[in-house]
Design a protein around this ligand. Structure first.
Ligand SMILES: Cc1cc2nc3c(=O)[nH]c(=O)nc-3n(C[C@H](O)[C@H](O)[C@H](O)COP(=O)(O)OP(=O)(O)OC[C@H]3O[C@@H](n4cnc5c(N)ncnc54)[C@H](O)[C@@H]3O)c2cc1C
Length: 140
């Protein structure tokens, strides 16, 4: 019987993509690996920031900060969560408005991109990517 304590596949290998398994097609209903989890989580976070109020109440600001703080405690990739907790100490969530939160999150994501050697995203386009669709109409 397989251990239920099996860690996320490849979770300790910060820079690798898929263990070199790319050539072998994986079923679509397998447990998430670190990259699939990351991709889905960024999608959720950026979409939450995209739909966050322009003028949040004090309670909404507090809830969003708590959500991100709790994510950094329970995020099921230990290396990622550890780095996220350290990063939140240096640059805590900025939750004053949709624009402010989206820009803060974009910068946070870019720090991870840089750590992983990925391209830096142009944060002036964050609402096109996650809220409005590209200005050339390709998402309409
Ligand atoms: C909080 C967190 C911490 C992580 N820490 C690590 C780690 O320490 N080590 C590790 O190996 N993996 C980590 N990951 C996973 C990693 O960030 C990627 O999700 C994973 O490598 C898959 O990358 P991807 O190419 O699918 O694109 P992703 O980085 O998942 O991005 C998804 C999409 O977001 C858009 N995007 C990219 N950058 C930005 C940005 N700055 N702002 C807005 N949109 C953007 C792009 O359109 C991209 O296709 C972390 C994920 C999260 C959510």
């Amino acid at each position: 019987m397989k251990s239920t304590k099996k860690k996320l596949k490849d979770e300790n290998s910060v820079n690798s993509a898929n263990n070199g398994d790319d050539a072998i097609a994986r079923r679509p209903d397998c447990p998430l690996d670190k990259n699939e989890l990351g991709h889905s989580t960024w999608g959720l976070l950026h979409t939450m920031a995209a739909t966050y109020p322009d003028k949040p109440t004090p309670e909404q600001k507090c809830d969003m900060t708590q959500f991100i703080t709790l994510l950094s405690k329970f995020y099921p990739c230990h290396i990622c969560a550890e780095d996220l907790r350290a990063e939140l100490k240096v640059d805590p969530p900025k939750t004053d408005s949709q624009e402010v939160l989206s820009q803060w999150l974009c910068r946070l994501h870019n720090k991870v991109n840089i750590k992983l050697g990925k391209e830096v995203f142009d944060c002036s386009k964050v609402n096109e990517r996650w809220r409005d669709g590209w200005s050339d109409g390709s998402c309409d």
